[in-house]
Write a protein that binds this ligand. Sequence first.
Ligand SMILES: Nc1ncnc2c1ncn2[C@@H]1O[C@H](COP(=O)(O)OP(=O)(O)OP(=O)(O)O)[C@@H](O)[C@H]1O
Ligand SMILES: [Mg+2]
Length: 249
Amino acid sequence: MQVDIRDVSHGFELEGAPLPVLDRVSFSAEPGSFVALLGPSGCGKSTLLRLLAGLDHPSSGGVAVGGVPVAAPDPSRILVFQDPTLFPWRTVWDNVALGLEAQGILGSNRARVDKVLELVGLKGFDKAYPHQLSGGMAQRVALARALVNEPRLLLLDEPLGKLDSLTRLAMQTELVSLWQRARLTALLVTHDVEEAIFLAERVIVFGPRPARIVADIAVDLPYPRHRGDPRLAELRQKVLQHLGLAATW
Ligand SMILES: Nc1ncnc2c1ncn2[C@@H]1O[C@H](COP(=O)(O)OP(=O)(O)OP(=O)(O)O)[C@@H](O)[C@H]1O
Ligand SMILES: [Mg+2]
């Protein structure tokens, strides 16, 4: 789905004082594209994803998905939270089934739950409870819980942040093939410059709060990509420069 963010500003109030968080942010993402969002901690990346998910409304400017202004949450655009909370009293299967259950369509779609659990590599853990999972497995449940809705726009807020580095690499590759198979639009917030460049077709870099776009970099490499590709190293350097970190590398 096409994503259009037009001149979006947003802020909060902190102890009575206004806290501007997004400052006239504008960009569009093509249907089916994979865009990574990078920026310093606290600059407003999660806030932007929340606006796209319809969990909050911008102070000014317009947010549209598929050409339609975003008014409320919808199963076609799903946000995978930075800190996923699973319901501890529900099994893995029941946690993943939640979205379908809430829409009243679980009955005829039980196979969808099994399918996404297999996709994220949790087959055999469907009857486990969240406390019986590792952190990385819990995060994969959260991803499955989003995918079961077959979203057209997947909003990922550091979905791999808690994974150990080996699982993380495997999940990155998984994420690319999933995106390609489902032909969905993916917006990924990450702190990991390599991850952004390895996964996305385009990397948007934000400056410190209030976030503004400081760079919009095309990753002109076909998939499958190779981690050792010298072009990736060049792009990494370019992104780090925009983040003001080039001197440290
Ligand atoms: N509900 C809220 N009320 C008040 N302030 C908020 C609220 N949500 C976010 N903020 C503030 O908005 C700013 C941006 O927060 P946000 O979570 O979007 O940052 P972020 O870029 O996702 O950071 P990180 O990379 O650390 O996750 C922060 O300063 C935060 O304190
Ligand atoms: Mg965040």
